[in-house]
Design a binder for this molecule. Structure first.
Ligand code: MLC
Ligand code: AMP
Length: 508
């Protein structure tokens, strides 16, 4: 029987020469394909020696490293479910994820072991390991005693491979369940669509706890047997310098904005590169145009989300059309995209409505939230993305907004409802509104507007300081205003559009 395990497909794509370089890091280390094979085998053997139940979740909050990437691959290899967590998450956030996902194994940085292990053991997790970005930690110590060969666990396409938490517009985060089949189908479509070829080298500059860095970039290189130039943290100068040795780059728009600020970025610097891909947030047309002018190359913008991986892409081949700035291109092969009106009717070309999608890449549902899952799917099985857009006569999709109240800041999602909840819980706060305003670096950032309870005195700086102690840093409002009242419509609902208009010039 053919093994539907994603790792089996990735492993099959390793080059014949296992001693060739698979990953080169920014601190001078080289890992061969054989290293990846052996280390993932050892980690997979370790996980299997723990006799975890079928479908066990392996929750991981560690700094970016090649070993962390290997842990992801080893989890697939052993047939368990990977649950990556943003390193910025603090204790209340981690407590929720661990409580909700009930992982059998938690892996954290050694500096966080004290509080993470306490939360994990309280939630019933049996094993907590550490993994640091300098190749130390109990996970590697334990894996070192394992055999370096391993038979890839048998998996069906429908078996879970990963759970990615995405915040909800109301209530708590939801775990999007992605299967081996979801991930593999998308990886294969992108390999073909983006013209991956022998000799390609990817600059891997993104974090590996979200779809973009963990799946799109990593699978893209691995399924093509391509070497990665591995940046533990994005550094625009180094990224530009490395382009002479690379062919493909993937980034969120902020990465392009920062590289454009590098004087070294010019046509010569990118002469070896064949493809620049942007996604996770809207790419401003100015950035698209500036990039073209400076480098002579046209950024390819694509669109996706945690629940669906990649949905649309501008064409790679010019025969298929031009790469149009401000659009996210065409639905990928096998992916259905439709635009729906308020009354549930499909809208014709050019009209704006809610974007719905289907295809083999669309997730299985939200972890232990059947009701939420049902709400997000239509009766005929299409997933409601919460994005608002249109499709033109030629088939180009344009995202014009979102029906979900969401701020995307530097490629990270910030859900106003969550932040407002924390602000409203602070003493003396009557109500608050978090709005997204334009920002030259992050594209969009959160700004809080707060009203005090009668008689209470609030200090904006103290509100921000308090939030900093509770929430991931990218969720912290960049500015906070204490005001007397919030603008409301006749129904009493806060008019965020007026607040956005009022504060749109805050960051120049
Ligand atoms: C960092 N900061 C941010 C921020 N990142 N603020 C708002 N938005 C962000 N994204 C703040 C920190 O809070 C801190 O503030 C200060 O910036 C410095 O922190 P840092 O960690 O040193 O920042 P830096 O390394 O410069 O990070 C910026 C970045 C990073 C752009 C490199 O945000 C990043 O890697 N973003 C990529 C996110 C990503 O991969 N998204 C893909 C999602 S998948 P202070 O005040 O404490 O100093 C998805 C689906 C799809 O959406 O389609 O792909
Ligand atoms: P996430 O929940 O992090 O997976 O974020 C997914 C959301 O990011 C999508 O629903 C879109 O709103 C947004 N997104 C991703 N790519 C793009 C893009 N190229 N342009 C505009 N928005 C995007």
């Amino acid at each position: 029987m053919k093994n539907g395990n994603l790792f089996a497909a990735l492993r099959a794509a390793f080059p014949d020469d296992l001693d060739a370089a698979a990953v080169e890091t920014d601190n001078g280390l080289t890992y061969s394909w054989r290293d990846l094979d052996r280390a993932t085998a050892m980690m997979a053997n370790l996980l299997q020696s723990l006799r975890l139940p079928k479908g066990a979740r392996i929750a991981v909050q560690v700094e970016k490293s090649v070993e962390a990437m290997m842990l992801y691959l080893a989890t697939l290899r052993a047939g368990y479910v990977f649950l990556p967590l943003n390193t910025a998450y603090q204790s209340a956030e981690i407590e929720y994820f661990i409580g909700n996902a009930e992982p059998s194994v938690v892996v954290c940085s050694s500096k966080n072991f004290g509080w993470v292990s306490k939360l994990a053991f309280k939630a019933g997790t049996a094993h907590v390991f550490t993994l640091d970005d300098d190749r130390t930690g109990s996970l590697l110590q334990r894996a070192a005693h394992q055999r370096d060969t391993h038979t890839i666990a048998q998996a069906n396409a429908d078996d879970l491979a990963a759970i990615l938490y995405t915040s909800g517009t109301t209530g708590r985060s939801k775990g999007a369940m992605l299967t081996h089949g979801n991930l593999l189908s998308n990886a294969l479509v992108l390999k073909d669509y983006w013209g991956w070829k022998p000799g390609d080298v990817l600059i891997h500059a993104l974090p590996i706890f979200h779809v973009h860095g963990l799946f799109v970039a990593l699978h893209g290189a691995l399924i093509n047997g391509s070497k990665m130039i591995w940046m533990s943290k994005f550094d625009p100068r180094l990224a530009v310098a490395k382009m002479k040795e690379a062919t493909v780059f993937m980034g969120v728009p902020t990465l392009y904005v920062r590289m454009l600020a590098e004087p070294s970025l010019d046509r010569d610097a990118v002469r070896n590169m064949r493809l620049f891909i942007s996604g996770s947030a809207p790419l401003l047309i100015e950035t698209f145009n500036d990039w073209k002018e400076r480098t002579g190359q046209t950024i390819l913008e694509r669109y996706g989300m945690s629940e669906t991986i990649m949905l649309t892409s501008n064409p790679y081949e010019s025969a298929d059309g031009e790469r149009r700035g401000g659009t996210v291109g065409f639905p990928l092969p096998g992916v259905g995209v439709r635009v729906m009106g308020d009354n549930g009717q499909q809208l014709p070309a050019g009209q704006i409505g809610g974007i719905e999608v289907n295809g083999p890449n669309v997730f299985k549902g939200y972890w232990q939230m059947p009701e939420k899952t049902k709400e997000e799917f239509t009766a005929d099985g299409w997933f409601r993305t919460g994005d608002v857009g249109k499709i033109d006569e030629r088939g180009y999709v344009t995202i014009v907004g979102r029906s979900k109240d969401l701020i995307i800041s530097g490629g990270y999602n910030v859900y106003p409802a969550e932040i407002e909840g924390y602000i409203n819980d602070l003493p003396g706060v009557a109500e608050s509104a978090l709005i997204g305003v334009p920002h030259p670096d992050f594209g969009e950032v959160g700004v809080a507007v707060v009203i005090a309870k009668p008689g209470a005195k609030l200090d904006a700086e103290q509100i921000v300081a308090k939030l900093k102690s509770q929430l991931a840093n990218f969720k912290i409002p960049k500015r906070c205003f204490v005001v007397d009242q919030l603008p409301r419509n006749t129904m009493g609902k806060v008019q965020k559009n007026l607040l956005r208009e009022q504060h749109k010039g805050l960051f120049g």
